[in-house]
Design a protein around this ligand. Sequence first.
Ligand code: SF4
Length: 323
Amino acid sequence: MNTVLSVENLSTYFKTDKGIAKAVENVSFSLNKGEMLGLIGESGCGKTTVAQSILRLIEYPGKVVSGRVLLNGRDLIKASEKELSSLRWKEISVIPQSAMNALNPIFTIGDQIMESILLHENVSKREALQRTKTLLELVGIDGERWRSYPHEFSGGMKQRVAIAMALACNPKLVISDESTTGLDVLTQAQVIALIKSLQKKMDLSVILISHDLPMVTAICDKIAIMYAGNIVEWASTGDLLKNARHPYSQALLNASPDLGNPEKEVVSIPGSVPNLVNFPNSCRFHTRCPYAFDKCRQEIPEFKEIKNGHYTACFLEEEGNHG
Ligand code: SF4
């Protein structure tokens, strides 16, 4: 397996009036060529901050305070702005949360895709237009509609244009950041199916950020579960479904409907996500965890491998603690 992205002990903090919010703390995971990883968790758990940290898009009062983000061996955290701009779009790109905001209403969609190509590659306008038409076809839109303006498209079609833009310069890695937000359920399913088919066709590595666990388990090879700024478990989808180890992962699975079993009882997770400003050194799930014991309130559990490729951070993994 060929590692495309390796995120190592990434921490991103935000300064607030009340203190430091450790929005992302010690996050580690990796992604192989042609693999799809689902990054999942409740709203506000830090998924988008992880994506923005990888892309180096964190702005003041936020800051990546430690860690490495190796894209094909190059550390994006240390890269110069010039290096970064040569890597964005060509090596790594993003399908944003809302295509409505990503597309400029006063330019045709063709002009906007062409601009991405012309800005990053040394090709003629004619070639950029040809590629734009091919990209539109690839995402299921008639290539001749390159002359259309965003307002002439439905939400689902605009999202397809955003996908075409993300693929404009043939990146190896694409981050899809809740890219079906605001679409109806049927259109969401179509957009996700499109991302999956493009990932296979183009052998792309994809990070799919979502809070929709059933969808992620249906299409991703691996899943990383985030809670309050930490990844608490990272495993292959099969392993996670069969043998989720972290109490939060178990609770999240219990709280999600099962598409194959409509009878399943859905149990919501009691309590709420803690405030991360000045959060004490402890397991961040201890305020909601039914198994919490003294050590959980006083120390941070280490994120470590418990079985081939299955990682978690919970003191229950220590000898003698599992019931
Ligand atoms: Fe629960 Fe403790 Fe494990 Fe945290 S470390 S998930 S509080 S048992």
